[in-house]
Design a protein around this ligand. Structure first.
Ligand code: FAD
Length: 385
């Protein structure tokens, strides 16, 4: 597996074994379904359960909460492999991020209640921050959770929520103190089963990432127990989100690398088979130079991403470097996919070709998880101290 470059110091035999097994599983259970998921707009629950049984989602969760007791590097492998198989529909990234929130801030009761079901794929998670009127400016969210006896009463709406159509457990960013900006935000865990006042919008029609049931969510006097506050104090949500962002951002960079690897492999295969002017498309100097440029960009990115994984494992990955990983990984993914489509000629624009779908999937990587402009703001901030 290419993510595990031989020079990456974090790779052990255990990682290689996990990667081999996961790769075989994804070849059989994920790859043949990508097209179907894109057409149906959703990944079947049966796949989530199989992935859970395979241990793909609990690599970094303690054994007592259903995981295999490793660390975040196992999640990095799953993230890479999903993208390297050409998929962007399965919402594993968000599942993993929510698992990490619960792991980091949940009480033992909360961990025991939610982690095993997320790890084994019985429950699907969503992370709901963005609202119709604000995405980048998270402090401006309006969704309000007010105390009501021993419950919270929630009113508001969220949009663009990955896994929103099927999520059983939503990690919701809401204002528990609307008079405050970032200090008024809390994270609440919302269990959606038979939840009065909760509604999902019709699935959003997207230009890419079509296999995911991205949705709008509506909360009208929705009541949840106060014990579903994540962490012991209200008003810590913004801090909790910021603290976990390095993983979320690196995740996007890792997925970018995986997708770029996949597209490059597909394209090298294609140009060796396709003939024009009596020779292989591969044999034109332009093709060879383009492929050489892309390969170089991908390998440079791989080194940086591996370095970031190593830093994340030792808790040294700072916000600016994680922002670089998100910005760079998604930027290179976009550049690689665009050239790969070009090298496929007209077939690169046909939906049945993986590069065409991957090209449309790639675009959003520069937008979600904090736009690349916001990433550059954060990187620049670190240069002004
Ligand atoms: C497919 C998809 C899945 C998503 N999944 C989720 C999810 O699961 N959970 C969730 O909460 N959200 C999710 N999002 C939302 C995503 O995170 C936001 O769309 C993103 O953060 C940008 O917010 P916005 O759309 O409101 O754009 P805006 O914030 O309105 O930005 C518009 C433009 O202005 C620029 N801009 C804004 N502020 C600045 C600034 N300070 N400096 C320079 N430029 C700036 C932006 O970079 C962008 O180009 C998803 C989005 C998509 C498309």
């Amino acid at each position: 597996m290419s993510l595990l470059s031989s020079t990456a110091g974090w790779v052990t035999e255990e990682h290689s074994l996990f990667a081999d097994e996961a790769s075989k599983f994804l070849d059989v259970e994920l790859k043949p379904q990508i097209e179907k998921w894109a057409n149906n707009g959703v990944v079947e629950r049966s796949f989530w359960k199989k992935a859970g049984e395979m241990g793909l989602m609990g690599g970094s969760v303690q054994e007592e909460f259903g995981g295999s007791g490793g660390d975040i590097s196992f999640d990095a492998i799953t993230a890479y492999l999903q993208a390297a198989k050409g998929d962007a529909g399965w919402g594993y990234g968000i599942q993993s991020i929510v698992i990490h929130y619960i792991n980091a801030y949940g009480s033992d009761e909360q961990k025991a209640k939610w982690l095993p079901q997320l790890v084994n794929g019985e429950k699907i998670a969503a992370l709901a921050m963005t609202e119709p009127n604000c995405g980048s400016d998270l402090q401006a969210i309006k969704t309000h959770a007010e105390k009501d006896g021993n419950q919270y009463k929630i009113n508001g709406s969220k949009t663009f929520i990955t896994n929103g159509g099927s999520a059983d457990l939503i990690c919701l960013a809401a204002k528990t103190d609307p008079s405050e900006g970032s200090k008024g935000i809390s994270l609440l865990m919302v269990e959606t089963d038979n939840l009065e006042g909760f509604r999902r919008g019709t699935p959003l029609k997207k230009v890419g990432m079509k296999g995911n049931d991205t949705a709008e969510l509506f909360f009208e006097n929705v009541k949840i127990p106060q014990t579903n506050l994540l962490g012991s104090e209200e008003g810590k949500g913004f801090y909790q989100l910021m603290k976990q962002l390095p993983w979320e951002r690196l995740y996007i960079g890792i997925a970018g690398l995986g997708a770029a690897d996949c597209a490059l492999d597909e394209t090298i295969k294609y140009v060796k088979e396709r003939k024009a002017f009596g020779k292989r498309v591969f044999d034109f100097q332009n093709t060879k130079f383009k492929l050489a440029e892309l390969k170089t960009k991908v390998e440079v990115t791989r080194s940086f991403i591996n370095d970031c994984i190593q830093k994340l494992m030792s808790e040294e990955l700072d916000a600016a470097t994680a922002s670089m990983a998100k910005y760079w990984g998604s930027q290179i993914q976009g550049e690689v996919l665009d050239e790969c489509v070009q090298l496929h000629g007209g077939y690169g624009f046909m939906a049945e070709y993986p590069v065409a779908r991957m090209w449309t999937d790639a675009r959003v990587q520069k937008i979600y998880g904090g736009t690349n402009e916001i990433m550059k703001e954060l990187i620049a901030r670190s240069l002004d101290i």
